[in-house]
Design a protein around this ligand. Structure first.
Ligand SMILES: C[S@@+](CC[C@H](N)C(=O)[O-])C[C@H]1O[C@@H](n2cnc3c(N)ncnc32)[C@H](O)[C@@H]1O
Length: 314
């Protein structure tokens, strides 16, 4: 199946991992619940009739709610990008002056979802990052002809594709809250996909993530009656994600090698081993070996705990 690509870009986007995630995600009768929506690429490919989608970033949620309500349409996006694209191509300093104008307009409090997509598609390296005051702070991609006809058509088609997938309320509900208010909404018929900021790897206004957050997420996912899949990083060439041993090892873990992220930080551009953590038995051919090793390790821990208990009875 071809992956549906959303109109918004970000460095943590899971487009390349969608087939893997969908391969292990069991089909449930209930809802697709995604507390850390980001660009929405996973939700759009899960294609559930009922979904709860959430992000602390209000710009993402407003953008998709406006598509849901018909305020943003593919033809309005085309008109907007044609107009702003022309201004960009004619602006001084190789387009930079117009990029700055849109960025200042957005950051001054207008927060137009149209300007949001302009910035997302003409910022450096498809990155999304907000400064300490919640201001868009990605530099210009330095391409004055960024919004050429073919590129506009590509974005318009992406808006059109997601607008066909997004169901109207109450079937698809968007929230702009913390994940802690979303996970308790799930019941045993639902599936939760969590893709939080990666511990130790991301920092920006909407992406602060501390060990306390990871611990709270762990507690909530441990209690949920729904099925869950969590995306996280396992290790890179320098270090392991200490959260795996601390929390997630109690669940099933699958890994995938050498996935490259985009990003400003050099370490984040090096290959990383991605992990999927889940509270059900995943059936996935590629990683059976890892999974078996993991189960053996769990059994070894269990046996040694039992042996210690037996020894203490003597
Ligand atoms: C790694 S990104 C998700 C990427 C997404 N899966 C994709 O493919 O585009 C993490 C998202 O979590 C959001 N976020 C950060 N802290 C959050 C919190 N406490 N509650 C809910 N969302 C949060 C961020 O705004 C960001 O969009």
């Amino acid at each position: 199946m071809k992956t549906i690509v959303p109109p918004i870009k970000s460095q943590g986007i899971k487009t390349k991992l969608v087939p893997w995630i969908m391969n292990i995600a069991p089909k449930v009768n209930g809802r697709w619940i995604e507390p850390f929506l980001g660009t929405g690429v996973v939700a759009f490919n899960a294609q559930y009739k009922q979904s709860i989608l959430n992000d602390t970033n209000p710009h993402i949620i407003n953008f998709y709610k406006d598509i849901q309500n018909g305020i943003i349409t593919s033809s309005l996006i085309r008109q907007y990008l044609q107009k702003e694209g022309k201004l960009l191509s004619e602006a001084a300093n190789d387009g930079y002056e117009h990029y700055l104008k849109v960025r200042t307009r957005f950051n001054s409090g207008e927060f137009s979802p149209y300007d949001f997509i302009f910035l997302s598609r003409s910022g450096f390296n498809g990155m999304m990052r907000f400064g300490s005051k919640g201001n868009w702070n990605i530099p210009f991609c330095k391409k004055p002809n960024r919004f050429a006809q073919a590129y506009i058509t590509k974005i318009v088609n992406q808006v059109s594709a997601v607008s066909k997938i997004i169901q109207s309320e109450p079937n698809w509900i968007f929230y702009n809250k913390s994940f802690a208010e979303i996970i308790p909404l799930a019941d045993e018929n639902d599936i939760i996909y969590c893709d939080p900021p990666y511990y130790g790897r991301s920092v920006d206004y909407y992406n602060g993530w501390t060990e306390k957050d990871e611990e709270l997420l762990f507690e909530m996912l441990s209690k949920t009656k729904a099925k869950f899949i969590l995306s996280t990083w396992h290790h890179n060439n320098w270090r392991e994600n200490e959260m795996i041993n601390k929390y997630w090892n109690r669940f099933n873990i699958l890994t995938k090698d050498h996935f490259y992220h985009n990003g400003g930080n050099i370490e984040n551009r090096k290959p990383i081993v991605e992990a999927l953590v889940c509270n059900f038995q995943p059936i996935e051919k590629d990683n059976i070996i890892f999974q078996e090793k993991h189960i053996i390790k769990q059994l070894e821990i269990q046996f040694s705990q039992e042996a210690n208990q037996l020894a203490s009875y003597k």
